[in-house]
Design a protein around this ligand. Structure first.
Ligand code: FES
Ligand SMILES: [Fe+2]
Length: 362
């Protein structure tokens, strides 16, 4: 079994070896070691759970994890994330979003409250030692940040602290008004490993080489990277009179022309804030050589769409895919093993590789 190590000093460190991206066994290990231990963004309150009694079935990180979950808002309005699997013989409880007063399994009629507690079951009067605690539905942790929902299978860290660090810079925006616009949201199938897609996202080093249009809108020399524990942030500063945030007094970046806050949450999520709103990107692993990248669009100010760093995201995405898919091919070479990091431009990629190596060696 391969072990990975990334030196904490970026000046000395080597990138993760090609084997990390190529080996199907390493890909399989990531399910338990990384994706079961971390959080996934699973939607927003208004789209998934518009009222008390709403239920919304999801599959956690499909197709890699395939964990059937059910987002539920009980009659008091408390949101929860329950297992969507009946504790009798494993039937899926809810197939469609809707409103319910209780959950009734369509196979043999077992009933649960919207809090996941077992309520009743026909023909079980003679069953001994029944019901037991395991007859209730399993409850997963659910975090709400403004209107956005996050859950996890077995998290190794508390997401609340991480999310509150995002508030330091974007908390001044009217985030409680975030509304998903499905017409502006879309999926991309990328012929590359999910971590290669993140590697590319985590540095602005490639912008002058790969994104001519974006490079004209942002000041490459003023680009910033900030590292947190399970998150990092890249700040794009606008060039000339390109559109930027109207930052309030006392904001950590007050006085700077910030055109984009690019937050990345370990392992596979990006929260890109632009003056027009938020683009959430989720990279879902399909295989060691294929991933699906989904863009979810939340508009806060339509008048600022299609300007500056937040303009033409589809073109920027195609340009990124071209290099990610080229690297995927390059990593199949028997002569490429590992690379080095630019100490001034690749701090985000180094941070990601450190987290990946740490999680895989637990
Ligand atoms: S599987 Fe649900 S009641 Fe039998
Ligand atoms: Fe890019």
């Amino acid at each position: 079994m391969s072990e990975f190590f990334v030196h904490p000093d970026i000046k000395k460190a080597e990138t993760l070896p090609a084997e990390f991206y190529r080996n199907p066994e390493v890909f399989e290990r990531q399910k338990e070691a990384i994706f079961y231990k971390t959080w996934q963004w699973v939607g927003d309150l208004d789209s998934a759970l518009p009222g008390n009694g709403s239920v919304f079935p999801i599959i956690f990180l499909t197709p890699m994890a395939q964990e059937p979950m059910l987002l539920v808002r009980d009659k008091e309005g408390t949101p929860r994330c329950l297992s969507n699997v009946c504790t009798h013989r494993g039937n899926i409880l809810a197939h469609h979003p809707g409103k319910m007063v209780q959950l009734i399994c369509g196979y043999h009629g077992r009933r649960f409250g919207l809090d996941g507690q077992f309520k009743s079951m026909p023909e079980f009067e003679a069953a001994e030692d029944f019901p037991r605690p395991c007859d209730h539905l399993h409850q997963y942790p659910l975090k709400t940040w403004h209107r956005l929902l996050f859950t996890s299978i077995d998290p190794s860290f508390d997401l609340g602290e991480t999310l509150s660090q995002m508030d330091e810079r974007v908390g001044f925006l009217p985030l409680d008004q975030l509304k998903c616009d499905p017409l502006r949201s879309r999926d991309y199938l990328v012929n590359g490993h999910w971590a290669l897609y993140c590697d590319n996202y985590l540095e602005g080093f490639h912008i002058p080489f790969v994104h001519e249009g974006l490079n004209a809108a942002i000041d490459y020399d003023a680009y910033e990277t900030h590292l947190y524990l399970h998150m990092n942030l890249q700040i794009g500063i606008s060039k000339g009179d390109s559109i930027c945030f109207d930052l309030p007094k006392g904001h950590p970046d007050y006085g700077k022309s910030v055109s984009a806050y690019y937050y990345w949450l370990f392992p596979n999520m990006m929260f890109n804030f632009y003056p027009w709103g938020l683009s959430i990107n989720v990279v879902r692993p399909h295989s060691p050589s294929q991933s699906k990248v989904s863009f979810y669009t939340y508009v806060l100010d339509e008048s600022k769409l299609d300007q500056g760093a937040g303009a033409d995201l589809d073109k920027v995405e195609r340009e990124d895919e071209f290099v990610v898919e080229a690297v995927q091919k390059g990593l199949q070479s028997r002569h490429y093993h590992t690379g080095r990091f630019s100490p001034t431009r690749e701090q985000g990629v180094h941070h990601f590789h450190r987290l990946l190596a740490e999680h895989l060696s637990i």
